[in-house]
Design a protein around this ligand. Structure first.
Ligand SMILES: [Zn+2]
Length: 263
C-alpha cells in the first residue's frame, strides 16, 4: 500500500484547495493563491504549514536521490510535493514554492515544456514568497550586499533570491544586480547562507501522525511493514522525523531493525 493512502485512510487530512491557474502570468498567479488562502502580502513564516493546511501532502526524498531537486505531482486529485532536505532551509522553501507554482500553473494536459515552465515556476516562487507590494514598501532601492543579507530574514529566502527579486522589481539596476551577485558570491552566498540562516521546515502533518500513532502504541516498524518499506526508507520520506535508534544492523542481512523510541 502506498504510504499516503495508508495515512489518508487513518487520518482526516486537509482537503486540497489549489486553484488551477493555467495560462496566468506567474506574478498574478502567486497573488491569486495568496488571496484565496488569506495570506495578504505578509511574509510566510512557515511555508510547509501553509501548504499542508491547504491539502498539499509534503514528503521528503530519500537521501540516496539527493541529486534530484524537489518535485511535485497530482495523484487522484491530491497534490504532492517531495522535498530535497539536503539543501539550506532557504533553498527548501524556495523549492517548495517553485513546486507550488508547477501545481497551480502546469496541471493541465499540455503544460509548457522545460525551460519556459521552469522560468514560470521560478517567478511564481519569488512572487509568492516576496510579494511585490511588501518588497517595494521597504527602503531596498539600490542596496548593497550587507543590506540584502539583513533584509532576507524577513522572507526567509536566500540572499541571492532576494537580490534577484530586487532586480525583477527594478529596485536595483542591471549593474547593481551584477555587483550584488559578485559580492554575495565572494561571501559564500552562492552555496549557502553563511549568515542569518533559516532552520529548515518539516512537516507538521507527519509529526502529528507519528505522535498519534505512538499514543496508540503503533510503532514506526508497524507502519513500515504495512506500507512495505524498511523503517529507514519510511524515515527518509518523513523528514527524518521517525524517532528511532536502529540497532543490531550489519551482516548485510535484512533482519528486522530493533527500535527504541528516543525522547
Ligand atoms: Zn521546476
Amino acid at each position: 500500500m502506498v504510504m499516503s493512502t495508508w495515512m489518508g485512510e487513518r487520518f482526516a487530512l486537509p482537503t486540497p484547495e489549489l486553484p488551477t491557474l493555467s495560462g496566468y502570468d506567474p506574478e498574478t498567479a502567486a497573488r491569486v493563491v495568496r488571496e484565496k488562502w488569506g495570506l495578504g502580502t505578509a511574509p510566510i513564516p512557515n511555508l510547509l504549514d501553509v501548504l499542508e493546511a491547504h491539502g498539499v501532502r509534503v514528503f521528503s526524498l530519500a537521501m540516496d536521490v539527493v541529486e534530484i531537486d524537489a518535485f511535485s505531482f497530482f495523484r487522484h486529485k491530491t497534490p504532492f510535493i517531495l522535498m530535497n532536505t539536503s539543501k539550506s532551509g532557504e533553498r527548501q522553501r524556495f523549492d517548495a514554492a517553485h513546486e507550488l507554482g508547477h501545481l497551480v500553473l502546469h496541471a493541465e494536459e499540455n503544460p509548457p515544456s522545460g525551460r519556459e515552465a521552469e522560468a514560470q515556476a521560478h517567478r511564481f516562487a519569488a512572487a509568492f514568497l516576496m510579494p511585490r507590494e511588501d518588497v517595494m514598501s521597504l527602503p531596498l532601492w539600490n542596496v548593497g550586499a550587507q543590506t540584502v543579507i539583513t533584509a532576507k530574514k524577513r522572507w526567509r529566502v536566500a540572499a541571492m533570491a532576494l537580490a534577484h527579486r530586487l532586480r525583477e522589481l527594478e529596485m536595483v539596476t542591471e549593474w547593481g544586480y551584477r555587483d550584488l551577485c559578485i559580492q554575495l558570491s565572494r561571501s559564500g552566498y552562492r552555496r549557502g547562507e553563511p549568515q542569518n540562516a533559516t532552520v529548515p521546515e518539516t512537516s507538521q502533518v507527519l509529526r502529528k501522525i507519528l505522535s498519534a500513532l505512538r499514543a496508540d502504541g503503533i510503532s514506526p516498524a508497524d507502519v513500515a511493514n504495512e506500507v512495505h518499506l524498511e523503517v529507514k526508507e519510511l524515515n527518509a520520506h518523513m523528514f527524518g522525523l521517525v524517532p528511532l535508534v536502529v540497532e543490531g544492523e550489519g551482516g548485510g542481512q535484512k533482519s528486522r531493525a530493533t527500535l527504541r523510541l528516543v525522547n
